[in-house]
Write a new protein. Structure first.
Length: 139
């Protein structure tokens, strides 16, 4: 016996009000963006998604994370909703004009559709606020 219980009904009822959304987009800039600016972008993105979810009625931000991948660098950002606890870690690279952005939001108290809408809207707004452009997306 492993200690795990198999649920024949599928999803554990304890998780009924937890929904998630994952997305991928490619982002470009008119001029090279430094590693410091990418770190500020990642922090702003975590705060924007978390605060937008709370404003939309979420009971809790279980976890929001993002991966920023570019030629010479890789950043990982995450939060559980408190702006003081946003972490951005990784390997800084030389300035870049484009990067791949992957975002995952796990939220308690919002419908799956609401998590999708709020996450994508916050990503779009943050990209715009930093003067960047999303060139393509798989949402």
């Amino acid at each position: 016996m492993t200690g795990f219980v198999e649920l024949s009904s599928g999803r554990n009822p304890v998780h009924d009000d937890i929904n998630s959304h994952g997305m991928l987009c490619y982002v470009t800039a008119a001029k090279p963006v430094s590693a410091d600016e990418l770190r500020r972008f990642a922090t702003g993105l975590m705060n924007a998604i978390a605060s937008a979810c709370i404003a939309a009625g979420a009971k809790d931000v279980s976890h929001v994370k993002a991966f920023i991948e570019y030629d010479a660098g890789f950043l990982h950002a995450d939060t559980v909703g408190d702006p003081k606890d946003v972490k951005v870690e990784g390997r800084d690279g030389k300035p870049t004009e484009n990067f791949r952005l992957v975002v995952n939001s796990i939220i308690y108290g919002l419908s799956a559709n609401a998590v999708k809408q709020v996450t994508e809207s916050a990503v779009d707004k943050t990209i715009g606020m930093f003067g960047l452009v999303s060139t393509s997306s798989v949402k």
